[in-house]
Design a protein around this ligand. Structure first.
Ligand SMILES: Cc1cc2nc3c(=O)[nH]c(=O)nc-3n(C[C@H](O)[C@H](O)[C@H](O)COP(=O)(O)OP(=O)(O)OC[C@H]3O[C@@H](n4cnc5c(N)ncnc54)[C@H](O)[C@@H]3O)c2cc1C
Length: 370
């Protein structure tokens, strides 16, 4: 019998499987479809800076732990698999125009300063110096607050996921695709088997990491948690050479420049159930957002669009921990807009918990019964 069955092969499940296997555990991972093709593939890979020594809330501690770990994980994945996940420090500009967005950006900048994250309030001249391509159309609302976070990083999700899959295989994780888990059999306060469309799987411990679908399995176990799929649509542009140097964020929308001239424009936040289609209206809005801020993008080629389903919870925190009243069942889901970012720290705390070690971060705010 394997030590652990991880259910769900997105960035959360794969990261946990890799970490457990590196600790010497025998691990199976099962996915309902192909590995790493859902939210984790669709995301932008933005990694906002955070600093650990001064983080007070467990969520901020988790962010800070993740931010530190990405550098180390990226280097290790490259060494072990030969795949470069695109980890790089671009820095980021944060902009706000409406009164509401200015208020939340100013509050957020204060949190960053409190955590001693490097942050600079920009004058228009300094903004032009850092990111000369930003030139909002005169007809658009003026920029009312602008900050620069030089430490912000990015990874390229599909490459990161490929490297995780290879690292899992090399570490002996058995990866099973196209086998939806339909039920978990319980006996004596424990999970005794996972029932998939292909048959039964048994392990000492079970970890649910099924992203936006997690509510369905948790409900079967008697936990009414609010995991909602929130659609995010994305547009990919291409120019001969990169036009932006930094990641540019405005409210929930952003532009992420890749080295090769590709530019990601994201993302919508839509509550439309498990519908992953793009809509013309949303793509036109994203396109217009980009061109309004960076007029030189008007001539960029539109390459591709896609959508993914973020796993959201009602209070914005993920569900992380052991399931109450079940001795060997765990959950790691509901990371909403930050699953890529939080994935290494999630893997660390979940692997500690599954191995019987007290995690470095207090997980009580993330309990399913909160
Ligand atoms: C447009 C967009 C942009 C984003 N940008 C960022 C970003 O810049 N930075 C960031 O940190 N995050 C970002 N995110 C969020 C991030 O992608 C998610 O938080 C993260 O991918 C969640 O990972 P996951 O492994 O929980 O879910 P998923 O990647 O959705 O994986 C869940 C897996 O579980 C499988 N599964 C479901 N049900 C079952 C079942 N019954 N049996 C077996 N398998 C099952 C699915 O097939 C899937 O492979 C973005 C998301 C979107 C959509």
């Amino acid at each position: 019998m394997n030590d652990c069955l991880v259910i769900g092969g997105g960035v959360i499940g794969l990261s946990i499987a890799w970490e457990l296997a590196r600790r010497g555990q025998s691990v199976q991972l099962v996915d309902q479809g192909k590995l790493a093709r859902e939210a984790s593939w669709a995301g932008a890979g933005i990694l906002p800076p955070a600093a650990r020594p001064l983080a007070i809330h467990p969520y901020d501690q988790l962010r800070a732990m993740a931010f530190e770990m990405h550098r180390e994980w990226s280097a290790r994945l490259l060494r072990e698999t030969g795949i470069h996940n695109g980890y790089q420090q671009n820095g980021a500009i944060y902009l706000a125009r409406s009164a509401g967005e200015v208020a939340s950006l100013v509050a957020w900048s204060q949190l960053a300063s409190d955590e001693q994250v490097q942050i600079e309030k920009l004058t228009p001249a300094r903004l032009r110096e850092i990111e000369p391509a930003i030139a909002p159309a005169p007809s658009s609302k003026p920029l009312r607050a602008t900050y620069f976070l030089p430490e912000e990083c990015q990874i390229r999700n599909p490459r990161h996921l490929q490297s995780l899959i290879r690292a899992c295989q090399q570490a002996g994780v058995e990866l099973i695709e196209n086998s939806p888990l339909v039920d978990l059999q319980l006996h004596g306060g424990e999970v005794v088997a996972a029932i998939t469309s292909q048959g039964e799987l048994r392990a000492k411990n079970y970890c649910i990491a099924t992203g936006a679908w997690s509510g369905i399995l948790l409900q079967k176990l008697g936990f009414e948690v609010g995991v909602l799929p929130i659609r995010g649509q994305m547009l990919l542009l291409k120019t001969d050479a990169p036009i932006l140097r930094t990641i540019v964020n405005e409210g929930p929308r952003y532009m992420v420049p890749r080295d090769d001239g590709h530019l990601l424009i994201g993302a919508t936040e839509e509550e439309v159930g498990f519908d992953k289609r793009n809509t013309e209206e949303a793509l036109a809005d994203l396109h217009q957002f980009a061109i309004e801020l960076v007029p030189s993008l008007a001539s960029a080629q539109v390459v591709q669009s896609w959508a993914g389903l973020r796993p959201a919870s009602y209070d914005g925190f993920p569900y992380l921990g052991k399931l109450p009243n079940l001795a060997n069942a765990f959950v790691a889901a509901g990371h909403f807009r930050s699953g890529l970012y939080l994935s290494p720290a999630t893997a660390m705390v979940m692997s500690d918990l599954i191995s019987g070690i007290t995690p470095a971060v207090d997980l009580s705010p993330f309990c399913v019964l909160r």
